[in-house]
Design a protein. Sequence first.
Lengths: 108, 199
Amino acid sequence: MPTPSLTEYLIISGLLFSIGLGGVIIRRNIIVIFMCLEMMLAAASLTLVAFSRFNVTDKGLPDYDGQMLVFFIITVAAAEVAVGLAIIVSLYRARQTIHTDELTSLKG
Amino acid sequence: MPSVIFYIFAAMMLVGGLMVVFMRNPVSSALSMVLSFLGLAGIFIGLNAYFVGILQILVYAGAIMVLFIFIIMLLDVKDEESHPRKGLALTAGVLIPVVLLIQLAGVLVTDEKSPSAPALSLDAAAEDYQQDSVIYKKLSSGSLPDIHLIGRKLFTEYNFPLQVIAVLLLVATVGCVALSRKSVAQDNHDKGSDIPDRG
């Protein structure tokens, strides 16, 4: 039974990253933009896990350094989401909107 | 992992991602994101990264998405139907990722012989560990104790980053509480407006 090669993992990781990037550019709702950012982080994690599995150490185990980095990315992402959503809530309190088109205080 | 299962999970992940971008209602976007991350977790498990796969489901699909949905419902966001999409943003949002993908594909195509996943040799790896340890027993019985291996690495080689991340989580918690508190000035203003009402 054929197994997927490293290139396939990297391609779908790149696809997920591109979808997230497109979402950040297209959408106008800050919460959805934030979700797309999470998706881009997840795509990077997929690359790291794939490299960890394909780079088997001399002893015959996966290289766990990559998975450690994913562990830390997930932790930082959780902290980032909590702070980011708190910022969004206080933004909504101050301006009554979360559409990026209507947030133009910095526009000259 | 056989290619067929890989493609099923990859399709699940990518369709979920596309639905996040193109669903107009933020709640549908959040639920599509759960679908996307379930597919991603399936791919992780197929890569023998069982711990990371479970973590992806628990943290992303379980905790972060609940937080997102909670905030969406708290703010009662109107969907974007009242805001027509701008052609420029749509064009740029399709064009820039496509350019990125073409670049990526161009790099990956040059690698003509892409490797399949190399086999793991669990028996050989077991010899490095003590005979009575859980890692040794599991490795010699032919299963991969990746949680034990990650935990071992986390508390030896990555001990300092672990403590840094603990401080980061504490700072994030304090930051959230500070951000969601009403500001003192606004509080005074509210009290000031209360008094004339009563009078």
